[in-house]
Design a protein around this ligand. Sequence first.
Ligand code: SAH
Length: 432
Amino acid sequence: MVRKVARRFGLTVHPPPPHPERVSIDPQRPASPRLKLRVSPVAETCVRQGHPWVYSDSVRDQSRPGAAGELAVLYDRKDRFLAVGLLDPDSPIRVRILHAGKPTTIDEAFWQQRLVAARDRRSGLFDNDSTGHRWIHGESDGWPGLVLDRYDSTGVLKIYTASWLPHLAAIVPRMIEVFALERLVLRTSRNIESLAAKGPWANQAIVHGSPISDPIVFRESGLAFEADVLRGQKTGFFLDQRENRRWVESVARGRRVLNAFSFSGGFSLYAARGGAKAVTDLDLSAHALASARRNFALNTSIPTVRETAREGIQADAFEWLGEKRRDAYDLVILDPPSLAKRESERAGAVQAYQRLAVAGCHQLAEGGILVAASCSAHVSASEFFEAVLRGARSCGLEAVELRRAQHPADHPASFPEAEYLKCVALQLRIKR
Ligand code: SAH
């Protein structure tokens, strides 16, 4: 009987619940009948191919309303199990898929196995020189809408959907153990902050370990950095740029570097260690610039860093760069925030990247290098690379492409919408 009902729901029931047709995922909440969904044929194909999102407008049939975080079971046209995921009734993404294919049970063993898988796929990637990196990267690690970053022995868990809230009690103790965390800080995205504040999983809660008042200091490629894990952007640092920073270090010797949209000065410090003559951090945020200054000070025991002149400029980079031609830098880095938050902003963003590349080229001396990055998921890698090249060529410059890069191994991208990061480096000479 248990098995038969379970098969109907596409789940292997383990251990057998007393009322299998009324399986509850939250012991605090009264059991309610399993939530069943059918989706459009196109969505069905996407899910079968591994896509992790089901949009509300592709839901054809839902057995009943449901609360954020309830397990939703998807069935195909022939009434066979398709997938199981987390319901988010208030989001355009109605279901975030946890598992597709053969029926499975979502229980504590399932979470444990997913945590271990995320840890193990990163084994060997980082030594003690890099104590800051990403442990869990959302959908592409099987954890849709959830991120876990490491800063030394502190973990920062960031959730982007309310559907994780009812599961955190089961997941957090396992997370602490699997990743050997001495402290765990919870961050929630702004859209769910007030909802989360009503329960035990509020934004900035220290869910494990001692309280903190100062930023956490960690290492990246042997450099020391601070991360404001409670209030900083993302989880406190842009861990995804590590490999692009390493590349910048490799070409920085003797160069005057402009780091536009510098945040806490990550690129500048790598450039300084690589022997840059001078680095300029440019950011709108006084907070970010103060952090950049402290990060520089943390590393002055490194002779090349000590010998690099450093300055910070607080300004709107779009205005500052567009103001005038300076021809004063040998390496310009452009790493703006996302310029396309939604699909409708894509075309405008591509134009903005091109204009930004032009403004960056105007800062460069002959033979200088332009490093341009984009974190807009809505702009494809080829669109971005083409926009930067077009910008450089429109300045009458010959562009030699030195490097193209996308995602580092700790930020995997398993489906097209996850491919947000791209970076291109061009060496530019006046066309003769
Ligand atoms: N390159 C950084 C990350 C950049 S994140 C790193 O390696 O860590 C984007 C940064 O752009 C943020 O610090 C934000 O404060 C800044 N920013 C956003 N709008 C800006 C603007 N109009 N002018 C200058 N900086 C801006």
